[in-house]
Ligand binder design. Structure first.
Ligand code: SF4
Length: 290
């Protein structure tokens, strides 16, 4: 744009801002993961993460809210003060920031916030992701089971955007202890909605299950999980817990034993690679310390 007069350039800059977010800080982990902390115009902190994998994948973890009102016990975001829902532009500007560093090809809405509490803005941003190089099939919207939003997602979203359910426990009792949202929307109702999604869209649902030492990682809990989930509908991602001070992560042996039970039940399951742990950029670690 240097072919425009300087006065016009500065006028454009103030009336058509480059981004709705100001970059406050950026950190790079040893494994190449980058975490960016932004501030919205009204000073709300927002974090987003770029994960670089050896196979060339470049995946973004995007935030839908500044903070989160749902207070899951294992999640650093849930412990910070809830600010507000982000606008579609504030969500998309997180992706654009990383797109300026290089091509990106996957996105998950698993950063700060519960996407189904801010579904209109999340969908508007997700529908625009192909413009930055991320197809709908490579975009995943996650929920802890906020049913009003999940129902709308199932009914309204015809694009092949993926659905992920953060489950983390195979029983209502334990789930309510870890995630207060379960008191309001119990497991059976949330799973019914996932079944309805599969029936309507014929797409599998990813189940996220973070493994907490001595809390949800026992072999009998793996059996209960295998009994709960239909292997034709669900695919499980086991996530080694990234310590935030409240719980400990499961041992490698416990992770392997848990997966073994799921494998024997022929429930599709993978153990997710942990990225960016040394800069607190991994799952459940986004706390936006400004
Ligand atoms: S896990 Fe998700 S829904 Fe729960 S507190 Fe953290 S950001 Fe909110």
């Amino acid at each position: 744009m240097t072919n425009l007069p300087a006065a016009l350039r500065s006028e454009l800059e103030s009336s058509v801002p480059f981004s709705t977010l100001a970059l406050e800080r950026e950190q790079e982990a040893r494994d190449g993961t980058v975490k960016a902390l932004f501030l919205t115009r009204d000073g709300r902190p927002v974090e987003a993460v770029l994960m670089r994998y050896r196979d060339g994948r470049r995946s973004l973890c995007l935030s839908s809210q500044s903070g989160c009102p749902l207070t899951c016990t294992f999640c650093a975001t849930g412990q910070m003060r809830f600010g507000r829902n982000l606008t579609a532009s504030e969500i998309l500007d997180q992706a654009l920031h990383f797109r300026r560093l290089g091509p990106v090809d996957h996105a998950v809405f698993m950063g700060m916030g519960e996407p189904m509490l801010n579904l209109d803005a999340v969908l508007e941003a997700a529908r625009s992701l192909p413009d930055v190089g991320i197809t709908w099939r490579r975009s995943t919207i996650s929920t802890v089971g906020w049913l009003p939003g999940l129902r709308r997602f199932v009914d309204e979203v015809e694009e092949p955007i993926r659905l992920a359910l953060s489950l983390h426990a195979p029983t209502d009792e334990l789930r309510s202890e870890l995630m207060p949202v379960n008191e309001r929307y119990p497991l059976a109702d949330v799973l019914d909605e996932c079944h309805r999604y599969f029936g309507l869209r014929r797409r599998k649902v990813f189940v996220e299950y973070v493994l907490l030492r001595g809390v949800n990682d026992r072999v009998e809990q793996a059996r209960a999980l295998a009994g709960l989930l239909d292997r034709k509908i669900f695919k499980v991602n086991l996530i080694p817990y990234n310590p935030t001070g409240m719980f400990e992560g499961s041992s490698r042996k416990a992770v392997a034993a848990f997966k073994d039970v799921l494998d024997r039940a022929r429930l599709p399951a993978t153990v997710r690679l942990t990225r960016g742990r040394d800069i607190s950029a991994a799952c459940g670690q986004l706390a936006a310390e400004t």
